[in-house]
Ligand binder design. Structure first.
Ligand code: ADP
Ligand code: MG
Length: 324
């Protein structure tokens, strides 16, 4: 896949990716009232070739954030509202019989886009969810034995309400593990919420948002992020964090090797966006809650003690020695 990514032969120019990330975050800010760190995480997910899940209460701007990110980059975009009656072929596409040529031809589904917004992912059947997750995992779609590649970059942004509010078909952890990162938005501060009321009843900022990044620029950032230098000691630090979660009595399920790969990828993107061509342990620490928390299963006692999965990751990070 490397050959298809632009900028591979060029030297690692951290400033161009840092500038790009800043531009996108500034663009998102025009629409979204959310902490900069949250907006930056979404951009890191894009740069690390990841998939994003936005989980929060209804009406806090999940769909808006996903749409705003999609509009900020000049990439092909499609959106699927997940409903109980949706079929796998509504996501992937289907072979249809052409009366004139008397042959079946493939009609690609909405998954054939660079950025796919899956709204309310937990409202459709496990079968349709599985079809989507397979595309995410494989980077391709297989229909009747024929595989069709998805063009890079390919990013899924899924929204969902917290399970307690709405979880017709909550994603099992094995599937959540396919998502690189989970972020929440939260309620805005008072002044921001007041401003939002004005905006949403007058100017509709999302409508006027325009792209600030080309496909080539995004591909170059992805290629640069891959090339960020990682010292052995930092790799071992990542594994130490994973192992710490696996041995933690407060957890039923700890972090997988896949979680570790994602953690390192996102941390590399963070280093790049910070203008460095090498990773430091702080990159790992900062992104760890967003990358790890959704993959863990808390033991019932920990849950009833009021601990959240993100609290637990922060605690693990605090208690795992950093390499010097
Ligand atoms: N933090 C926020 N920043 C900007 N707009 C917001 C925010 N929270 C809610 N809104 C506005 O409220 C409405 C509902 O947002 P939406 O993105 O559809 O919520 P969700 O998908 O979380 O249910 C939209 O008009 C959106 O612009
Ligand atoms: Mg929504």
């Amino acid at each position: 896949m490397d050959e298809t990514l632009a900028g591979v032969e060029e030297p690692l120019r951290t400033t161009r990716s840092a500038d790009l990330a800043r531009r996108v975050v500034t663009n998102l800010r025009q629409v979204m009232h959310a902490p900069d760190e949250t907006l930056e995480l979404a951009v890191l997910c894009l740069f690390s070739e990841g998939h994003l899940i936005i989980e929060d209460l209804p009406g806090v701007g999940k769909t808006t954030l996903a749409k705003a990110l999609a509009r900020s980059v000049d990439l092909s975009f499609s959106r699927i509202q997940f409903t109980p009656d949706l079929l796998p072929s509504d996501v992937t596409g289907v072979n249809v019989f052409n009366q004139r040529s008397h042959e079946f031809e493939f009609r690609p589904g909405p998954v054939f886009a660079n950025v796919l917004l899956v709204d309310e992912i937990n409202r459709t059947s496990p079968k349709t969810q599985a079809a989507l997750l397979e595309c995410m995992q494989e980077g391709q779609v297989t229909i009747d034995g024929v595989s069709y590649q998805l063009a890079p970059p390919f990013m899924v942004m899924a929204t969902q309400n917290p399970i307690e509010y709405e979880g017709t078909y909550p994603l099992p952890e094995a599937q959540l593990d396919r998502f690189t990162m989970r972020i929440a938005i939260g309620y805005p501060p008072l002044a921001a919420e007041v401003q939002m009321l004005t905006e949403q009843t007058t100017t509709m900022p999302l409508e006027s948002l325009t792209p600030v990044a080309s496909t080539q620029e995004v591909l170059a950032a992805i290629a640069d992020a891959r090339r960020v230098y990682v010292e052995d000691s930092v790799q071992r630090y990542v594994v130490a964090l994973l192992r710490q979660t696996r041995g933690d009595g407060r957890l039923h399920l700890g972090a997988s090797p896949r979680a570790g790969i994602n953690l390192l990828r996102v941390a590399k993107a963070r280093a790049l966006v910070a203008g460095r061509d090498y990773i430091v342990p702080d990159d790992v620490k900062t992104v760890a809650p967003a990358v790890l928390a959704h993959r863990l299963i808390l033991a019932p006692e920990a849950r009833s003690a009021g601990l959240s999965d993100a609290d637990l990751v922060r605690d693990v990070v605090e208690h795992t020695p950093v390499p010097v």
